[in-house]
Design a protein around this ligand. Structure first.
Ligand SMILES: *[C@@H]1O[C@H](CO)[C@@H](O)[C@H](O)[C@H]1NC(C)=O
Length: 256
């Protein structure tokens, strides 16, 4: 993702400035599967990689202003494993409401993925989506290096992820729960994820490249793992410095 984060284009600026703020949280001291969770902050912010659309969008002030609904690093919900959704609860209003809210928060961020703990809900649910429009804001050479292709909205409940090859790649990534920073993370290039869709049917997704990275990032959230827990620490930087050279001794970006 190096070089992916450019100064905002006009279009990206529009995307980063939703017309209407999310209204307050409807998830409050609710219980699913007998477990309770804390009320969700009405104005915490969005999916990961808002910066993915171009530059400083993931910067603290912008992200916090325009991406309501997410909790930030330090909140215990982001640092502990999330709970399985009981299959019998998938069609419940609560779980369906959480999914709707996740999709809404992700799109408003805008981001390409979101995990339920990021909206303060400790359940094993992820959503992800990448569009031709989002991708059009990235430099062509980055799109190719990252093997980034659009895919339709995916909602996966209780995802189980496994890598399906030994191939890995290093690129910068960010997270709206860690506003304003980026670091290089090594990720598998090929994964398979199985779980339940929002209708409770079993599903399986095979993904590679950037989509595989998003899946790994989101599934990590369900283990209480943030990218900062596995980043190449010496590459950590404020988003404004994203394009500055890597320190001596850091691994090269790209596939290995
Ligand atoms: C869930 O079921 C509805 C109604 O049958 C259908 O329209 C929708 O495509 C299904 N969603 C998924 C993800 O399969």
């Amino acid at each position: 993702m190096v070089g992916l984060l450019r100064p905002l284009s006009a279009a990206a600026t529009l995307l980063l400035a939703p017309a209407t703020p999310l209204t307050g949280s409807s998830v409050s001291a609710s219980s699913v599967g007998g477990r309770r969770w804390r009320s969700v902050r009405a104005d915490a912010g969005g999916g990961w990689l808002s910066g993915l659309l171009g530059g400083k969008g993931g910067g603290a002030s912008t992200a916090m202003m325009v991406t309501p609904g997410t909790v930030k690093a330090g909140d215990p919900v982001l640092h502990e494993p999330a709970q399985e959704v009981a299959p019998g609860d998938v069609l419940s209003e609560k779980v369906q409401g959480v999914i709707d809210r996740m999709v809404d928060v992700m799109r408003r961020a805008p981001g390409v993925g979101l995990a339920a703990p990021q909206i303060g809900v400790p359940l094993r649910i992820i959503v992800l989506e990448d569009t031709q429009e989002y991708i059009s804001y990235a430099p062509k050479k980055d799109i190719e290096a990252q093997d980034r292709r659009p895919f339709d909205l995916l909602v996966i409940i209780n995802p189980k992820i496994k890598s399906t090859s030994k191939r890995t790649a290093l690129f910068f990534e960010g997270c709206l729960s860690v506003d304003g920073y980026r670091a290089v993370v090594e990720r598998h290039l090929d994964v398979e994820v199985s779980g339940l869709d929002r209708n409770g049917s079993t599903m399986k997704v095979r993904a590679s490249g950037w989509q595989a990275r998003i899946l790994q990032h989101e599934c990590d959230h369900l283990e209480g793992t943030l990218y900062v827990d596995k980043m190449v620490a010496r590459t950590f930087r404020v988003v404004e410095n994203l394009d500055l050279p890597l320190p001596t001794g850091c691994p090269q970006l790209g596939a290995r």
